[in-house]
Design a protein around this ligand. Structure first.
Ligand SMILES: Cc1ncc(COP(=O)(O)O)c(C=O)c1O
Length: 355
């Protein structure tokens, strides 16, 4: 703390990301990274970019990347906004579109960065409780609001919401922006991208950090009506002209274009998820339905914090959330390789039989 801090800084409660350990050989199942590396075509594109041209600034508008993303999704390039990870894209969305005179709505259990952005931009919000099955009931959002945002599948639960429900919400809520954060959508959740040309207040965000194995490259994007995109461009151009560097643009284009590799790795993760869920259930875990590359599980006896600590002693990192208290019994486990799942299950089996 310092007297030189602004009032805003004094009031901030920053987001705390999952641990990125400095030691090797840990089984790292705590930040929902992909266990498989990026496409070899991405690596080749990055290597080609390591050239004399790095002395030049990148394209401030990332036009080629926007075109590649638009082509992938069957949209126009002016319906695409790109940023330094979807976290940056979300930050601009909060400032450009969700700061209104009425409160923003999001679930009580959701991506914990949302209340942090509200603190940063001084946005009033109401947290709407998930139902007893940890699902979003869209009828609960039928009230005056300055915007609605939630991840689909939700985080940290992994529970997906059917596209019919998303569309129901868009029919109910026509007077404010609805943001669907689809960071994990490619692992088996229905995307709302196909509704973009019908609902001009719909904004969908996606990231290359998860299904495209590029958490280290930092590229995310938003898709929506061109007027919503223009608002984001106005904020971006008042903040940082070059959020996408030359490597990020080249690598991200190659990733969007290599559909075969994307398909292969995401299917592997989906298959491993099914096997891991079965293994955990055999050990007495209750696992929430997941449309993501992670699962949210609670043991019939052992508490989430204790399990997380015990696994850490065995060099396996999973994530635990203390609040709200309803999720404290759970652990969030990222889907790793089959070999990692096997080690996790055998370690848990030992830990649970030791008691
Ligand atoms: C729900 C959700 N949205 C967005 C993000 C941000 O991802 P990135 O900034 O890597 O694109 C994450 C990261 O874990 C997330 O869980």
């Amino acid at each position: 703390m310092s007297k030189f801090w602004s009032d805003v800084v004094h009031k901030l409660t920053p987001y705390v990301p999952g641990e990125q350990p400095k030691i090797q050989n840990l089984i790292k199942l705590n930040t929902n990274e992909n266990p498989y590396g990026p496409s070899p075509k991405v690596i080749a594109a990055l290597q080609a970019e390591a050239a004399d041209t790095l002395r030049l600034y990148p394209d401030p508008n990332s036009d080629k990347l926007k075109t590649a993303i638009a082509e992938y999704h069957g949209l126009q390039a002016n319906q695409v906004f790109v940023g330094n990870g979807s976290d940056e894209v979300l930050a601009h969305i909060f400032q450009a579109l969700l700061k209104q005179s009425r409160p923003l709505l999001f679930p009580d259990i959701t991506y914990s960065f949302y209340p942090v952005y509200c603190g940063l931009y001084d946005i009033e919000y109401d947290a709407i409780p998930l139902n007893s099955s940890f699902e979003i009931d869209v009828n609960d959002y039928d009230r005056p609001n300055g915007g609605i945002i939630f991840p689909n599948p939700n985080a940290p639960t992994g529970v997906p919401l059917a596209l019919t429900e998303v569309e129901k919400l868009l029919k109910i809520n026509t007077e404010s922006v609805v943001v669907i954060d689809e960071a994990y959508v490619d692992f088996g959740t229905e995307s709302a991208v196909k509704l973009i040309n019908t609902y001009s207040n719909l904004l969908v965000t996606q990231t290359l950090s998860k299904a495209r194995s590029l958490a280290g490259l930092r590229v995310g994007y938003a898709l929506g009506h061109k007027d919503l995109i223009e608002a984001l461009i106005r904020v971006k151009d008042s903040f940082n002209s070059y959020p996408i560097d030359r490597f990020a643009e080249a690598g991200a284009i190659a990733a969007m274009q290599d559909k075969a590799y994307f398909e292969e790795t995401r299917q592997k993760v989906i298959a491993s998820r099914g096997a891991l869920i079965k293994g955990l259930q055999t050990l007495g875990f209750e696992v929430l339905p997941s449309g993501a590359n992670f699962i949210f599980a609670k043991h019939k006896i052992k508490d989430g914090a204790e399990l997380t600590a015990l696994l850490r002693q065995k060099n396996i990192i999973v994530r635990h959330f203390k609040t709200p208290s309803r999720i404290a019994p759970y652990v969030r486990i990222t889907i790793g390789t089959d070999a990692q799942s096997k080690t996790l299950i055998s370690t848990l089996s030992e830990l649970l039989s030791d008691q």
